[in-house]
Write a protein that binds this ligand. Structure first.
Ligand code: BGC
Length: 753
């Protein structure tokens, strides 16, 4: 294999330059420095650069099994010998500085370490879980919160975050739905790219630039039946159409690393899949950064039944294109011998090391190994009031009003007695959500505290737990029913705990745990107005007292400012404007469920006939709350749908506009959404596909015309031979307020003449 240094370099620069990130460029002297280093490195040192280990100096080992090197003396020795390239999941400048000194001052070649970590939705200031924040449908806003997270992470001595999760989650039983932007490819692409831009800025050398690692490549969100770490059996077309684009968008936004998925695709574990990690990732997608394995995923090739033993696993992973092995230590253990025996060419190793060192150079680490290691910044830039205020805004924007008969908002000045019932009312252990390991326990605001702070007379609030999360408590329901009877309005804070979502938390049913459902049903029977505040990391199937409540709010895990933000919305200080990034089905058994599904030959039509149609015997295959749904306290109306000319020429564009009016009496924000359907194609197309969205804020009585421009590329799909193509013909277009309904028109794409 020949190594073309120039093409590698232009690859790195290419993706950067395409977005105008010219400052990522490596100077010729840096390229020479990397070349010089590689020419002087032993195979051990090369394998060391390709090794990423958990930072045992500052033990912090999120959900994973103990592995790697836990003995700190040994870890220090390994760094001094140049046998480690990256440490992960330790934070704090002092510790990082010590480790960097070992690498820079004590190792033979002095190559700096990368400090990586899982900053998924905040370091100390915890923002809403990514799925919750996706509800804002607003890339510019998501970019702002990512920036704030990056400022805190880099202040704490991190260079790189294992985020964003760019996996499109097609099955709500999968626990990691919570880490991404939901079920839709376009929304996930836009928000992943925004997060990359927010983390990195346009200049990777800045002290506060946090290198992004969009993960998990690829199709991890398509694991069969939502089973964590499970298998993916998928067509080439669906892989390319649904699961790869968010990665492409993230790379185009400047991401220079990615992480191979734990799962297998079509019988080949991603970690050993050369066609995925090299042919598709680099060949088709033009990625020029470096690839991490996931945590011990190379070692797991043995359990997959794909590698004979650990040595074979290391060989398969490196040949497939995994450049940096996370936590197993397999590369440092086996690469030297694998190269010596000829099982792995030295050229393969050199390519991987070069990719890693180029990224280190692009981050400015060679010039300044002490970047992002400044105690003063650490003391002043973490958990700032400004970040806290942004977290409150983000949390309020993430709330989705699913239904409301007018009970909300509750006017705080009307002196109404409120009963707050349920296991999440005063709970502080479940406000952050999963993957917020650096957040200080107990520093998040619970709902009761948020309400008390906002109510002019907090003695009007009664709080009753009523039930634990998974089990009832003696006398709990009686106390709750009594409190409800004495109140004017009841808030029920029910749902999932944070350890019911996230990695390794697949569920077979996506319902409120039975003990809490019993609580809600009993309280509902008291006949008082009920507002349900859902706590959750996925879409849920709601039933009985929950589904029939006077109002239901999706409040996810909102982070540090949870209680304040919920009070802001419930008491009407903030108008809810979130939209669902995942469909809420009627029943768990509808999963995998997503709005952009196929028609089938026997769709249920509007004429009511359901016999011998594509539906379950017990329920329509529609959603209780569709993707894109979300109400407001004011009323928005769309009209005047206009298409200047419904004929779209092959190389032309088409403008579609509609007028949005705030018909209510409050200021509010609406997300106007444009969907298409390709009526006839050589591969069947979904019944709807989101193509554009715009968040519009309007004062009461005001209108704004929203304009969307489409071109042929928006009508493309992946057809035969994995080629993206658009086919001439008729397309439906809807401009609406969710993935159902809306104003309808049609356009026609004409072939080139
Ligand atoms: C997860 C990754 C994460 C890594 C490091 C793994 O278990 O799948 O998403 O980045 O651990 O903590």
């Amino acid at each position: 294999m020949t190594i073309d240094r120039r093409s590698l370099l232009s690859g790195i620069l290419g993706s950067a330059v395409a977005l105008g990130f010219s400052r990522v460029a490596l100077a010729a002297s840096e390229v020479e420095r990397v070349d010089d280093l590689i020419s002087r490195m032993t195979i051990e040192e090369k394998a060391g650069q390709m090794t990423c280990l958990a930072d045992a100096f500052r033990p912090f080992n999120p959900p994973n099994p103990d592995a790697g090197i836990q003995d700190v003396k040994r870890l220090a020795q390994e760094i001094r010998k140049g046998r480690v390239g990256c440490l992960f999941n330790g934070i704090g400048v002092a510790g990082a500085r010590k480790a960097q000194e070992m690498a820079v001052n004590d190792s033979r070649l002095g190559i700096p370490l990368i400090f990586a970590g899982d900053v998924i939705h905040g370091l100390k200031t915890i923002f809403p879980v990514p799925l919750g924040e996706a509800s804002c449908f607003d890339p510019a806003f998501v970019q702002r919160t990512a920036r704030a997270m990056a400022v805190e992470a880099t202040a704490a001595g991190l260079h790189l975050t294992f985020a964003p999760m760019a996996d499109v989650a097609r099955d709500q039983r999968w626990g990691r739905v919570v880490e991404g932007a939901g079920e839709d490819v376009v929304l996930t692409s836009l928000l992943s790219a925004a997060r990359v831009r927010g983390f990195q800025t346009g200049d990777l050398r800045r002290n506060d630039s946090l290198v992004a690692c969009p993960k998990h490549f690829a199709a991890y969100g398509a694991v069969a039946a939502g089973l964590e770490y499970g298998s993916v059996d998928i067509s080439d077309e669906t892989l390319r159409e649904t699961h790869l684009p968010p990665f492409g968008a993230s790379f185009a936004a400047g991401a220079l690393t990615t992480m191979a998925a734990f799962s297998e695709i079509n019988g080949v574990p991603a970690t050993a899949d050369r066609s995925l990690l090299t042919d598709i990732l680099r060949g088709e997608m033009g990625f020029r950064g470096f690839v991490f394995s996931d945590y011990t995923a190379d070692e797991e090739l043995v359990a997959h039944g794909f590698a004979e033993d650990d040595r074979d696993a290391a060989r398969l992973a490196v040949l497939a294109g995994v450049d940096m092995s996370m936590q197993s230590g397999l590369y440092i253990r086996y690469l030297p011998e694998l190269v010596k025996s000829g099982a792995v060419p030295m050229a393969t190793i050199d390519v991987a090391v070069r990719r890693i060192l180029y990224v280190k150079a692009a981050m400015g680490l060679f010039d300044n190994p002490w970047r992002s290691l400044d105690e003063k910044v650490e003391a002043t830039q973490i958990a700032t009031p400004a970040h806290r205020a942004l977290a409150r805004e983000a949390a309020a924007r993430s709330v989705v009003l699913l239904q409301n008969d007018g009970v909300l908002p509750i006017d705080p000045d009307r002196g109404r007695k409120i009963a707050l019932i349920g296991p999440f009312g005063e709970d502080r252990d479940n406000v952050y959500g999963p993957w917020a390991f650096y957040g200080d326990p107990g520093k998040g605001v619970d709902i009761a505290s948020g309400l008390r702070a906002a109510m002019p007379d907090s003695s009007l609030l009664t709080v009753v737990r009523g039930s634990d999360i998974r089990t009832g408590i003696p006398g709990g329901i009686d106390a709750a029913v009594k409190a409800a009877g004495a109140a004017d309005v009841v808030l029920l804070a029910v749902g999932e705990s944070q350890d019911m979502t996230g990695e390794a938390q697949s569920r077979t049913t996506i319902e409120i745990p039975a003990a809490q459902q019993a609580l809600v049903d009993a309280v509902a029977a008291a006949g008082k107005p009920i507002v349900v505040l859902l706590r959750h990391g996925r879409a849920l199937a709601l039933h009985d007292g929950v589904a029939n409540a006077n109002a239901v709010l999706a409040t996810w895990f909102l982070g540090s400012e949870s209680g304040h933000a919920i009070a802001d919305v419930v008491l009407g200080k903030v108008d809810p404007s979130g939209k669902l990034p995942v469909s809420f089905p009627w029943e768990s058994g509808q999963e995998p469920f997503f709005y952009d599904r196929k028609s089938t030959g026997r769709p249920v039509l509007d004429n009511g006939s359901t016999e011998y149609k594509a539906r379950y015997a017990t329920t329509d295959n529609s959603a209780r709350y569709p993707f894109g749904h979300g109400l407001s306290y004011t009323q928005f109306a769309l009209d005047q749908l206009k298409v200047a000319d419904p004929a779209l020429r092959w190389d032309g564009t088409i403008e579609i506009s509609a007028r949005l009016t705030n018909k209510g009496s409050r200021k509010g924000a609406e997300v106007v959404q444009l969907y298409i359907r390709d009526r006839v194609a050589s591969r069947t197309r979904p019944i709807r596909e989101l193509k554009r969205m715009e968040r519009v804020t309007l004062d009461p009585g005001r209108s704004r015309t929203v304009r969307f421009t489409l071109s042929r590329t928006d009508l493309e799909f992946v057809g035969a031979d994995n080629q993206r193509l658009a086919e001439p013909g008729l397309f439906d277009v809807w401009v609406g307020q969710s993935s159902t309904g809306g104003l309808h028109t049609q356009i026609t794409l004409y072939a080139a003449v």
